[in-house]
Design a protein around this ligand. Structure first.
Ligand code: ADE
Ligand code: ZN
Length: 359
């Protein structure tokens, strides 16, 4: 049987009920990059309670069950309320290092070879922490994790768009000295009512500091916010981008300019951006030539890390070839240097050669 015959035969193993157990396992081993991950969104409830105790931070929940009962979300804001509240337990450089290491260990188990990781410095500053301490802790975690797991990557400083624009500028004042240690600037938090246009100056400044530009847009906000992120912020990727599907002109532009979407299926379902995973417009983006990547966003809150996001798409009928395409996109649309991209694409290719046995 040829490799393509084997591929077809194994694809037939994928039933309406979901992907085969072997295929689900293989998806975890598939080399991939994670391009949309908030480090604070990897704070598992167990660790949150442990850090609260260690750091003497009072939380309104006394037990794990009590805290866990909070994890049902009506929309983005209801998630953000819990997410920002729990961030208060992060107090020291060691906390940030340990959080990063815990993420990288899980990411490594899910085949992540490169990770571009958001952090929200404005929130930590508001909690009385020092910018350099936060960055030092996260970078130390990345360095140790890089040695331990062979994962490359970097930090994307994310602007919290529902805080005053001046506070974003203050963070950039602090980041300027350390711009070479950062990979990029992003834009996150409550979207509707906080259009990208508010942050044109911030992003221009970040670009002049040599930072890559990405922005959350079209998660709950309209397609026009995605257009603004491209026109005004010069975003090189769009985080989520779900509502870009509402404009054929915009999807044509995303395809033509090779702007990838960093999509997060489990997040979109849990935050009720879509009622059901089948309602995600991923297939329509593919039909229009838009590059899609698969990511976990805030895995401690949404029921799964990146591997679970790939598996969820397999379960609703995306083929192995399509899922491999998402992994390939994640590497080629990363900000890794060309040598690293080449190395990772080769890893993915080598892995693919071995697939018939693995599916
Ligand atoms: N911050 C953390 N997760 C986010 C999301 N899904 N959307 C906007 N801001 C976020
Ligand atoms: Zn996000």
């Amino acid at each position: 049987m040829s490799e393509s015959d084997a591929t077809t035969a194994s694809a037939a193993n994928t039933t309406a009920a979901g992907a085969s157990a072997a295929a689900r396992q293989a998806l975890l081993a598939m080399p991939k990059a994670e391009l949309h991950l908030h480090i604070e969104g990897t704070l598992e409830p167990e660790l949150a309670l442990e850090l609260a105790q260690r750091n003497g931070v009072q939380l309104p929940w006394n037990s794990l069950d009590d805290l866990r009962s909070q994890y049902s979300f009506e929309n983005l804001q209801s998630f953000l309320d819990l997410y920002y509240q729990l961030m208060a337990v992060l107090r020291t450089a060691d906390d940030f290092r340990d959080l990063m290491l815990a993420y990288l260990e899980r990411a490594s188990a899910d085949g992540v070879r490169h990770a571009e990781i958001f952090f929200d410095p404005q929130v930590h500053l508001d909690n009385g922490l020092d910018f350099d301490m936060v960055v030092d802790g996260l970078l130390e975690g990345l360095r140790i994790g890089g040695e331990r797991y062979g994962i490359s990557g970097g930090l994307i400083l994310s602007i919290v768009r529902d805080k005053p624009v001046e506070s974003a500028q203050q963070v950039l004042d602090l980041a300027e000295r350390r711009a070479e240690e950062l990979l990029g600037i992003g834009l996150d938090s409550a979207e509707v009512g906080y259009p990208p246009s508010l942050f044109e100056e911030c992003f221009a400044r970040a670009r002049s500091m040599g930072l890559h530009c990405v922005a959350h847009a079209g998660e709950e906000g309209p397609a026009d916010y995605v257009t603004q992120a491209l026109d005004l912020l010069h975003a090189e990727r769009i985080d989520h981008g779900v509502h870009a599907i509402d404009s054929s002109e915009l999807t044509a532009r995303l395809a033509y300019d090779r702007i990838a979407l960093t999509m997060c299926p489990l997040s979109n379902r849990r935050l009720q951006v879509v009622g059901d995973l089948h309602d995600l417009p991923i297939r329509r983006f593919l039909d229009r030539g838009v590059a899609v990547t698969v990511n976990s966003d805030d895995p401690a809150y949404f029921g799964g890390y990146i591997g679970a996001n790939y598996q969820a798409l397999a379960d609703i009928g995306f083929s192995f070839d399509e899922l491999e395409g998402f992994a390939k996109n994640s590497i080629s649309h990363s900000f890794a240097d060309e040598e690293r991209k080449h190395q990772l694409l080769k890893e993915l290719n080598d892995w693919q050669q071995d697939i018939p046995a693995k599916r």
